[in-house]
Write a protein that binds this ligand. Structure first.
Ligand code: PLP
Length: 385
């Protein structure tokens, strides 16, 4: 059996960048082609039909997209200039008078953009708790929306929603079902196999994994759908493309994605268990903890690991939580997630009063450092508040 005819594991797809060999040189790493334009022959026909102008025609971008599509089990994937560019392009497919149901309490940037967009476009926006499966499904059945958008696991509440059940409800009323799976990555969860029409990632996070590329990706279950045609047309026309250099970096980063995820998940699990027993912690939100709201569903949806993102509540005030962050000596106080280095954030400081983020909530993105070092540092910071 040839390599192509059998289903390859994600580790193999990622490590070999989908099996890439450079036709021009035999290189196992793609060359970086920065050209914005490509020559035509004497008849003014392109020498390479897929390469005319670099806005959305670039070999590195296409290669990165094909690797993500294979990891995702998608018919097609498209890269964007950022995660928000991917989300906003998908939302833009909604027409005046249509309706959108989104998960409440998801990434604040998405909520804020959706609210603005829906007001201007006159789209009816409903925000509801998708981790309450029965309530959310019954809302879909009553409202019959045109699109449903959820985030699994959600950021920063780390709620798990049942993608399979919600997708079935969305399908029953012909709504488009989309999932932001940034905190899971295509290694840990494949929403399309669970019934979603679209899956989105901020590739800025773990897919790239080195905190040095801003990128977003949308993947689809049906490359012939009208919405996918719209998404392609919109990216081409509005131009929210990824640069060749960023795509090249993404390909390099993705080669170690499964390996990084293994370490990040085991580190996160060890930290979550440690925090769960700690006297200065009120609650730990991590789907790997048996008492977590979504543990049962997450065990089914993410059988190979519960991800790298967690939140926890410090016993005490806003100032106690901020003091905890101050006393960390190696874990960086910085926004974002999914990098090889652990990052911590007092989200209420960032989000302000608008979002209802709890004052004692700490969000931790767990990296690939040594687990004992991370726990030691967290323990010392807790002892100092
Ligand atoms: N989705 C989630 C879950 C995120 O955490 C973020 C950014 O933090 C985004 C989307 C937006 O991604 P980007 O910053 O790449 O635009």
């Amino acid at each position: 059996m040839s390599d192509d005819s059998k289903k390859r594991s994600k580790a193999t797809i990622a490590a070999r960048a989908g099996g890439y060999i450079d036709a021009g040189s035999g290189g196992v790493v793609p060359p970086l082609q920065n050209s914005t334009t490509f020559v035509l022959d004497l008849n003014c026909d392109p020498l390479f039909p897929d390469n005319i102008y670099g806005r959305d025609q670039n070999d590195q971008v296409r290669l990165a997209e094909s690797v993500i599509a294979e990891l995702e089990g998608a018919e097609d994937s498209l890269l964007f200039a950022s995660g928000m560019a991917a989300i906003s392009t998908l939302f833009s497919s909604l027409k005046r008078g249509q309706s959108l149901i989104v998960q409440s309490g998801m990434y604040w940037g998405t909520t804020a953009w959706a609210r603005d967009f829906c007001r201007h476009r006159e789209v009816n926006l409903i925000e509801a708790d998708s981790s309450d499966t029965d309530g959310f499904v019954s809302l879909i059945q009553t409202e019959k929306p045109d699109m449903v958008f959820i985030e699994v696991p959600s950021n920063p509440w780390i709620l798990t929603s049942d993608i399979e059940v919600i997708s079935k409800a969305a399908r029953s009323c012909s709504a488009i079902m989309a999932v932001d799976a940034t905190a899971a990555t295509p290694i840990l969860m494949q929403p399309i196999s669970l019934g979603a029409d679209f899956v989105m990632h901020s590739a800025t996070k773990a897919i790239n994994g080195h905190s040095d590329v801003i990128a977003g990706v949308l993947s689809c279950a049906d490359a012939n759908s009208d919405v996918w045609a719209f998404v392609k047309h919109e990216r081409h026309g509005a131009g929210a493309i990824l640069s060749a250099h960023s795509a090249w970096m993404l390909i390099r980063g993705m080669r170690t994605l499964p390996l990084r995820l293994e370490r990040m998940c085991s580190n996160a699990m060890a930290i979550a268990k440690f925090l769960d027993r700690h006297e200065k912690i009120d609650a730990v939100w991590y789907p790997g903890i048996a008492t977590h709201q979504g543990h049962k569903v997450a065990s089914r949806q993410m059988p190979n690991g519960f991800g790298y993102l967690m939140s926890f509540l410090i016993k005490g005030s806003r100032e106690d939580a901020r003091n905890f962050c101050r006393h960390l000596t190696g874990i960086h106080r910085a926004t974002s997630l999914g990098g090889v280095e652990s990052l911590v954030e007092h989200r209420a400081t960032v989000e302000g009063e608008l979002t209802g983020c709890l004052e004692n909530l700490i969000r931790l993105s767990v990296g690939i450092e040594d687990a004992a070092d991370l726990i030691d540092e967290i323990d010392t910071a807790l002892a100092n508040i």
